[in-house]
Design a protein around this ligand. Structure first.
Ligand code: PFF
Length: 461
């Protein structure tokens, strides 16, 4: 392995330099697009509902600042210095044959696993745009039923999963500037305005606004369980797209002069802000209609449509367009991790890498799309959707994140100081202390919890 940039690295055509984003704003939109996704609009509201609201939100924000932000800075730095896909970036920045390439491999593997199930839920979001058009009619039970029938019909789930993967592949095949960046420029602002509209609608035009604000921002610590704290931490990785090299890959297209610390703060802030906006929009509606906030994963597809029957189709259609756009810009980044590896390391063309690897992920996704396939997992028959979600959030991302943080703190640290933090010595020291001690401890706890090995938790064994 050479220390020089890999010549098979995708080039601009005229020079052998790596492609870059066309503008800083374009990069921020693409990276924010990766971070903001189903995690913010589907998962965050439902887990906040399950774990009781305000106190969970506070812990989650704490995890974003203390664990997420330093890791995001690390990933972007590793990417920009390595100028390659995650595996290549770790190789270039460490010694030959060093085990430091392991987190890069975990990242590429996680790209396959996460996108495969992510695309199934994203497919459901896409399906619901069309289901919303004529408006939801019938009794609450009948409306809820529609989701189980979509989920349980392998044919429909597969059809929507297929469509979503085709969209994702087409955009990634278009390239960094003409595909990813261009679509992020269109999708992200649309998403923001749709969400703003829904939030204003929820807060100002339904009766549930005050209850939603109270639920999200008034921390009742008695409702918070240890399980809730661990979920907040695991979710911080997922929602910020950390621990699997997505930010390494996007960082590899960054220009040298851009300030990484400032951009990481912007991306993390926007991600959290959008999650809170989604929470406000969704819970205002939930409370206005006396629905159950702790309804779980079905909150968006089973609970909300019941009230969309009252609001009329335009609110419903806006909502599912928003959800699909958010999912699409995240799915793009998941596929880009895998594709950049095959371009840089195997010398494939972008088109071939996107189509072939997209197809492999698509076929893996069939396991999650077919609800009836169940295998024994943690003591009960479980579908692949839940297994892949659990394994990636609880094992792959935390482990990848742990190793990435340690790599930044111990291996690339000296170069980071002068270039990224400038004269701000205090900030740099805080960054290193967090990466050396706090992040590893936090991640270890999540991992042990995933393995049901935490001494103070009751796993019912
Ligand atoms: N951050 C995305 C979300 O919140 O939906 C999910 C995700 C995208 C996770 C990309 C990991 C990743 F690399």
């Amino acid at each position: 392995m050479s220390m020089k940039p890999d010549l098979s690295t995708e080039t601009t055509g005229k020079t052998s330099r790596r492609l870059t984003w066309s503008t800083r704003f374009g990069f921020i939109l693409a990276a924010t697009g990766s971070a903001i996704g189903l995690g913010n609009i589907w998962k965050f509201p439902y887990i906040t509902g399950v774990y009781g609201g305000g106190a969970f939100v506070l812990v989650y924000i704490g995890c974003v600042i203390v664990v997420g932000l330093p890791l995001m800075i690390s990933e972007l730095i590793i990417g920009r210095r390595g100028r390659q896909n995650p595996v290549g970036a770790f190789q270039v920045l460490s010694r030959e044959g060093s085990p430091w390439q392991i987190p890069g491999w975990i990242g590429v593997a996680a790209g396959f696993v996460i996108l495969s199930f992510y695309s199934v839920i994203a497919g459901h979001a896409l399906a619901y745009i069309f289901k919303s058009l004529p408006g939801f009619v019938g009794t609450a039970d009948q409306i809820r039923e529609q989701y189980s029938s979509l989920k349980n019909s392998a044919g429909s789930s597969i059809a929507w999963h297929t469509m979503f993967m085709v969209l994702t592949i087409a955009i990634v095949a278009g390239g960094v500037r003409r595909g990813i960046e261009r679509w992020a420029r269109i999708l992200m602002p649309t998403l923001f305005f749709l969400l703003l509209f829904l939030m204003i609608y929820g807060l100002a035009f339904t009766e549930g606004g005050a209850a939603a604000i109270n639920f999200l921002f008034n921390p009742g610590f008695s409702a918070l369980s240890a399980e809730g704290v661990l979920s907040a931490l695991g979710h911080a990785f997922f929602t910020l797209s950390l621990g699997m090299g997505a930010m390494i890959t996007y960082g590899s297209y960054m220009k040298k002069e851009v300030n990484i610390v400032r951009d990481a703060v912007t991306i993390s802030f926007l991600d959290t802000f959008i999650a809170l906006m989604a929470g406000l929009a969704i819970f205002s509606m939930v409370f206005a209609y006396g629905l159950e906030p702790g309804a779980g994963p079905g909150l968006l597809f089973e609970t909300l449509p019941v009230l969309f029957a009252e609001t009329g189709p335009w609110v419903a259609v806006s909502f599912f367009v928003l959800l699909t756009f958010a999912a699409l810009t995240s799915a793009i980044s998941l596929l880009e991790v895998v594709v950049s590896y095959f371009i840089d390391k195997r010398g494939w063309s972008r088109m071939n890498a996107a189509i072939i690897m997209g197809a492999v992920i698509y076929f893996l996704g069939l396991l999650s799309a077919i609800e009836s396939i169940k295998v024994p997992f943690r003591g009960s028959p479980t579908g692949f959707f839940d297994i892949f979600d659990f394994v990636s959030t609880n094992y792959m991302l935390p482990l990848g994140g742990l190793l990435t943080g340690l790599f930044a703190a111990y291996v690339v640290k000296d170069r980071i100081r002068s270039e990224e933090f400038g004269s701000s010595g205090g900030l740099y020291r805080a960054f290193v202390v967090v990466l050396k001690f706090i992040t590893p401890l936090a991640v270890l706890i999540v991992l042990l919890h995933g393995l049901e090995l935490l001494p103070f938790m009751d796993y019912g064994n």
